[in-house]
Every structure is written in structure tokens, then in C-alpha cells.
Design a binder for this molecule. Sequence first.
Ligand code: TNX
Length: 534
Amino acid sequence: MRLIILCILVAPALVLTSFCAAVNGVAVIPQPSVLTPAEGVFAFKPDTAILTDPASRLSAQMLSRALGAATGYDLNISPGKAAKNNAILLVIDPGLGRLGEEGYLLEVTPRRIVIRAPKPAGVFYGTQSLGQLLPPAAYSPSVRRGVIWQVPCLKIEDSPRFSWRGAQVDVARHFMPKAGLYRFIDSMAMLKLNVLQFHFTDDQGWRIEIRKYPRLTEVGGVRRETRLGHEREKKGFDGTPHRGYYSQDDLRDIVAYAGERFITIIPEIEMPGHAQAAIAAYPELGNTTGQIEVSGVWGIHNHVFNVEEKTILFLQDVLAEVLELFPSKFIHVGGDEVRKDEWKASPAAQARMKELGLKNENELQSYFIRRMDQFLTSKGRRLVGWDEILEGGLAPGATVMSWRGIKGGIEAARAGHDVVMTPTDFTYLDYYQSKDPGEPLAIGGFLPLEKVYSFEPVPGEFTPAEAKRVLGTQGQIWTEYIPTMHHLEYMAFPRLAALAEVAWTPAAQRDYVQFTGRLRVAEQRWRILGVNFR
Ligand code: TNX
């Protein structure tokens, strides 16, 4: 990095760029499935054109903006389907069906650059790989005139291993402002991640506007104060309210912004546990009488939704508004860490179990989730939940996120359900990433970069049919101890880059040492973009 800046300052333009290109090499993350280097470079000129078919126009505009920032050139976009000299062609080619929904071909020759893909997502990913061929200095907001920007010649044929390449961000424990989420979406797109799950509701906050039930955000969106440090440290509370929620307009903006970058937003509305903020807003949803408040402490709470019919209908009303905002096929209903104490003690819950012929509280939980599954299925969507939804019997349409190891994922896949592998041991990005005592306070655990990189989402004992049930993997960023986006980026990067490679690159092609080499380039780019990373 310093070398590059130095050479930009002192060296004559031509010498400089060839030197920079040499320093940069080819360092695409995630590693493409097939990459064949070739002789020579393509150099951008002020009159280099971008040619695009109508379906790739948005990607062309984003590419023009990105390259324009780097080069200072205002690259002209015009309609076109045939490759030309001194041009970048973006084109949908149905003949490349073998590359699937997200695959692409990228060819750089001294005369031209061609990106072809069977679908628009593939064209977009081709532009992301192209962007990473430029030296990181290209991402600086200040244009450097006199520099000849060039990329090495090569041929890439690429498609992802998994269709679910996700990150989960907990905006319930700490509200994250919209601008920071946009930046995060940009960072995800560069890594070809395609799912962003927002954990909108929990004991400590309800952060999604529901028009029919305004108290969810008015009351549920504010906690009076927050515990300082870990409970065992007995540091008391901060005495400062924490508040924030996303209006439905905000969410439409975020969904659109992510969609342009081929990222699907999956909303997570927690039930029947992690519900204290909602019950504080509407006490009739709970099992006990009397007012409770939005929680200011972490961990598993006793207050859970009751299983009365009117509560189920209330939550289905909530989901109905959620479905209007989020076009995703999958809707996450949480389902984890449901304490059964209140149901055991509640005459109403016990009567409900009798009436429904249920043997125990696990079956009551399962009944609750089935009702949501039926509702979502009737609307053409699919329910996804944490692996506790297996307890008491899995709802027919459910997809399982296996977080307590991969056991739940194995059981669900064998029962014919889809799974996303999200075990704490490999994908919990809220855990410590080194033993350095200088690490910022974290929830606990230990998950260094190399361990994330070593994750294999498909259990060795799976048959090919079972293996197909593994949709992919996702990194979780729970934010009990992560109050800002700056801190969140530190926890996410570079570990999310490692997980992106796990999810994209063929297993046989993963190589940690080689990855860390490419990571040096990504770090320079993050530094220039102002993305925080460890
Ligand atoms: C467990 S993972 C939880 C979350 C916490 C997380 C902290 C899961 C489904 N539930 O409520 O934030 O651990 O690592």
C-alpha cells in the first residue's frame, strides 16, 4: 500500500502503472473456480466504452461509476451486444446455462474486456471480479490524473458452490444506522455474498415499523439502559436509553439498494422466544400479568409469547406487513432458546396443550411454528428457523439454520428439509478473533480467521442427495457487545471474506496460505474505502 502511494507520487506514469499492476497481481476473493492467466494488460483510456445489453444496464452503470472514480474518465455506456476494441462488453448469453443463476465468464485481452453470463447476477459478479483486478489505489475517492489504469489479461470461468452465501446482522441488540448498512451491503457485494439476514426483534428491542401495531416500535424500540460489560463483571448499567427503528420506507430503500447488488434481505422476526420487547409493548402477548420493560441485559429470558389464538393472529398480521416489504422467498421466524417455564406455569398454556392434544411444551412450540409455516406457505413463502424448531417435530415446509453445531442440519437434511449450516464453532463472528488481550470486549468464544476458512458446510457422511439439501452457510454478527458499525466491520472483516470463499469456491481449490496472500490486497482496498477490519 505505502509502496503504491509512493510510486504514484514519484514515479513517471507509465513505469508506475506497470509496477502497480505487478504488485497487485491477480487477487480475487472469493477465488474463482477457473482462472487462466494470459500475457499482457488491458489499459483503460478516456474513450474506453462500456457496451451493454438492456438486462445488464444497471451493472454497467455501477461499473462505470466505480471505474470513473478510479480513472477520472467518464466511461460512456451504450447499447451493444458484440465485442469491440477498447471496450468492455456486458452481455447475457443464454447459451452459458451451465454456469447457473450466478456464474459468469470474464475475459481480459489487450484489446477488450468481455463479461458474459446466463443471468444478470452473473454479469454483476463478473464486474466485481473485474474491479478486483485493479490496484486497490483505484478505489480512492480522489482521482489520480496521469496514471494509466490497467488490469492483467486473463480468462475466468466462475460460478458459486452454494446458493446461500450469507451474513446475519443483529440490529435488535444495537440499532445500526441506514448509511452503515449500505456500506456493509457494498462490502458484501464485493465478496459475492448474496443473503443479508436482519435480526429485527429481540428482548432488547423491536426495530421494524409495523403500521397496525405502532407500540412495537414506540415502546419496544427503546430500552431505558444497557448493562455495561459482562454480567459477571458487575459493572452496573450505562443509564442511557438506546433506541432506533427502521421505518417501512427505510426498509424499502434498503431492500432496493441490496437488490441492485443481488443481495436478498431476509427479515428475522423472533418468536416465540426473545420476545420481551414486543410483550413490553403489548402485555397481552405474554403469559404473565403486569407491565414488563424492554430488557437491558443479555442472555436467555423467561418472557415468551403465549400460544393463544389472538397472539398467533397478531403475529401473522405482523408477518403480513413484513411480506409486503421483503420479496425474499425465505422468512426467518427465529425459534431459538425458548424457555418453557412460563408455559409450564400458565393455566392457559396448559389448557391449550390439552385442547390440542399435545404431550409437552416442546410440542407446543412446534405447534406455534407450524402455524407460522402454514401462514407463510399459504403466501408462497418459506419459513426458516434456528435448529430448535426441530424439537417437538419439524414443520413440513421449514428450512433449518443449524447453529448448535451441525447436528440439527444433519437431522433436518436426512428428513428431507433444506438447511443452512451456521454452527457457532465456525460462523459466529461475534466471537473473539484472537487471544490478544487488546481485542475489544466480545461475547466470548474463539474463532480465528483460519478456523472460519477451514469450515466445510457439507458433512462428510452425507449422500449426494443429502448434500444437495445444504443451501450454504452464513456468518452471524450478534451485537450484544457491538454497539457501532465501525466495530461491526472489525468483527466481520476479514472473517466474512474467508466465509465467502468457503461458500463460493470449490472445496478442492481452497488454500489458506494463498488466501492470506490475496487478503493483503483486499486489506489495502478496505483501508482505502474506509472499511474497518482486523
Ligand atoms: C445465541 S444463535 C443466540 C443469540 C445470541 C447469540 C450470541 C441464536 C439462534 N441465539 O440470541 O445473540 O447466541 O452468540
